[in-house]
Design a protein around this ligand. Sequence first.
Ligand SMILES: *Cc1c(COP(=O)(O)O)cnc(C)c1O
Length: 394
Amino acid sequence: MTLEIERLRRETPGCREVIHFNNAGASLMPEPVVNAIISHLRREAEIGGYEAAAESFETIEGVYDSIASLIGCTRDEIAVVENATRAWDMAFYSIPFRSGDTILTSECEYASNFIAYLQVCKRTGATVRVIPADEYGAISVEALKDAMDESVKLISLTHVPTNGGLVNPAAEVGRVARDAGVLFLLDACQSMGQIPIDVREIDCHMLSATGRKYLRGPRGTGFLYVRKDILPRLEPPFLDLHAATWSGPDRFAVRADARRFENWETNYATKIGLGVAIEYATALGLERIWERIGRLADDLRSRLALLPGVTVRDLGVIRCGIVSFSVEGKKPEDIKKRLDQARINVSVSPMRYTLLDMERRGLSAGVVRASVHYYNTEEEIGRFTYELERIICL
Ligand SMILES: *Cc1c(COP(=O)(O)O)cnc(C)c1O
C-alpha cells in the first residue's frame, strides 16, 4: 500500500470500522467533507440559517465552479439538486414529447428512468425502444445507428448500470446523437467520481449525477448539467420563485441559466459538503482514481473467479469498480447478511432495479454487488475473498 493510500484511509474514519465494498450505494465520506457539513450546521444553529448561508456565499457559489471544472462545462450549465433522480427527472420531463416521438435507450436502464419513459409514453403517445446489447453486453452502437430515424427525439443512456461493472460507450453514442441532431441525456450516477468525465467530449446535452456514490459526498445531493444552447428549449416541469421570476400579475420569466431546474430551499450544509468532495476528488485526479479502481476491481474479479460456485456477472470490455456475482445455491441476501457479520459491506442488486438486463440474463434472484473505491486495498480484497470462501464452504 502506498503512503498516499495510507493517508487517504486515515482521512476516512469509516476505514477503521468496516471493509466498505458498497461504494456504488454510498461511499465513505472523507473527514474534510464531514467537517465542512458539520461546521455549516453549527453556524446555522449559532447565527441563523439565512445568515450562515450569507456568510458562506462564496463557498456555496464555488460549488458550481467545482462541478464545472470536474466535467468540463461552465458554471451556468449546472443545477445542484437533492439527488440524481430529481436532476434526471427535471431534464427528462422538460422535453416536449408528442405522439409519434421515439425515445431510444439501452437494456441496462435503471428502473426509475424506465418508469419515467413509460409514464411519459402513456401521457403523450411517444414510444420507448430498447437498443439491444452488443456481444459484450454494452449498448450496440451499430444497432443504435440503425434505429435512428425521423421519429427519434431522445437518446437516453445509463453510463454505468447500477448492477454491474459495464461501462457504456457514451462518447460513441454522443456522436450518433450529434450526427442525427437529437437530444442525448446521460445518467452518470455510477460513473461520476470513478471515471474521468468530460461533457464536451461525450457530447451529451444533459447529464445527471449523484453526490453520495463515487464522489464520496453526502447523501441527498445531486446535480444536473444542461448544455447552454438547449437551455432555452427546456422548460422545467416545476417552477418556483428561484427558477423563475413573477415579473407581472399575469407573467413570469424563467431563469436563463441551468438553475431553472433548481428550487429555492436547499440543504446548504450538504451542498458545501458536495463541493468539498469534488475538490477532494479533483485534487487526487480522476485519471489516477480510475486507474486504481480498475486495478482493484480486476483483482477482485480474478479472485472471485477462483472460488467454487461463484460466477462473476459483469458485462462489457471496459469494466469499472462495480463487481457483481452470484453464488450457486445461495441467495444474494444471505451472502450479504453473512458478510455483514464479518463487518464487510456489500449490497444486493435485485432484478427489478434493472429489469430488462436481469431478465435477459436469467438473474431473477438478483446479484451480490461488491463495489470498490480507490481507498480500498488488496488486503481488504484478500479478507473479503477469505470470508466469502468460508461462507460458501461452511
Ligand atoms: C443510484 C442511481 C440513480 C439514482 O441516484 P439518486 O441519487 O439516488 O437519485 C440513478 N441512476 C443510476 C444508474 C443509479 O445507479
